[in-house]
Design a protein around this ligand. Sequence first.
Ligand SMILES: *Cc1c(COP(=O)(O)O)cnc(C)c1O
Length: 392
Amino acid sequence: MSEELRVPMSRPDIGSAEQQAVAEVLATPVLSMGEQTSAFEEAVRQFCGAQHAVAVNSGTAGLHLCVRAAGIGPGDLVLTTPFSFVSSSNVLLFEQAVPVFVDVDARTGNLDPAALAQAAADLAAGGAAAERWLPRRGAQATPAKAILAVDVFGQPADYAVIREVAEQHGLALIEDSCEALGAEYRGQPAGRLGDMGVFAFYPNKQITTGEGGIVVTDDAEAADFMRALRNQGRAPGDTWLQHTHLGYNYRITELSAALGRVQMGRLEDLLARREQVAAWYQQRLEGQAGLEVQYVGPDTTRMSWFVYVVRVAAGVNREEFARRLLAAGVPSRPYFAPIHLQPFMVERFGYQPGDFPVTEDLGARGLALPFSGVMTEAEVDLVCEEVRKALA
Ligand SMILES: *Cc1c(COP(=O)(O)O)cnc(C)c1O
């Protein structure tokens, strides 16, 4: 039924060291909550220079724990972006909080800092100024409680401004760095640019644990709370079957943690390979009529390539373009679908097309091409050749 693919959409980079590490765990009786988890946390903690790291079983779980640790609850307004993977907003809905969307910068796809500053000021002022930022239904005007920023496609958002807004209004700042392990903003590591940062390890991310995530923070109290919540709410000192808090099973397995520990040991190599593949793409597609390539801003002192997304020019039919690529054996994916237009968001908050025009434009024109650190130059050549033919 489907065409034979000549190159996969993405592939993890797993070697014999990873296979051996996982096999070694299987030969022990400890498959959860053991030394692999501690070692993996320590590797990530040291890499990004955080005081604490808490490993969990998905990036979404990590974001949810940050939302809980920030004390975000029913009716709280959280300034965030509609141009993201859906889970960055879902974790707010898990707590009956309300994502207040702010549109993005057209070049980076990250939160527009000026608009964010305006939104925070208007919500603090209240009245009609505040109302214009709220969805048509499902929210009541109050000052914002927090900011949840996302480092889109491996490029950090503009934290110089975002932090200033957070400080000025006393807002918690959560950094969704699930696509940006290894990236740097003005020389500072992604994940460390807010109060708490989260990385994710699904197989298409910079490193993988199969499924997994990790929270990094300097806040000892928040870290303890999150460690308790990931383990059914069992706080330090609680006995077996004693649960101080309402918690979850967000524990990562030792198999995943062992995989992550070995991948962390190879991180520089994994990032460099992805950089090389992205460079091959940029060289071949820059200046190609009908396409725009990824923009990397001057504050991004290191881009951590997560996906390779191009934007079709206005007037190019993206779906037809993608169909032609697929017919030639090259898969691709629209990237991202705006969160505010997901059916459940429309139903709950009454969003309409046109509410966030930059996000919608990027959502309509963005297409991720096959990408991974194990892609060869010949594969990049093949994809670029088919891209040129499909656009002709
Ligand atoms: C991958 C990702 C997540 C977390 O995804 P999980 O599948 O839960 O690990 C969160 N936010 C963004 C922006 C992501 O890309």
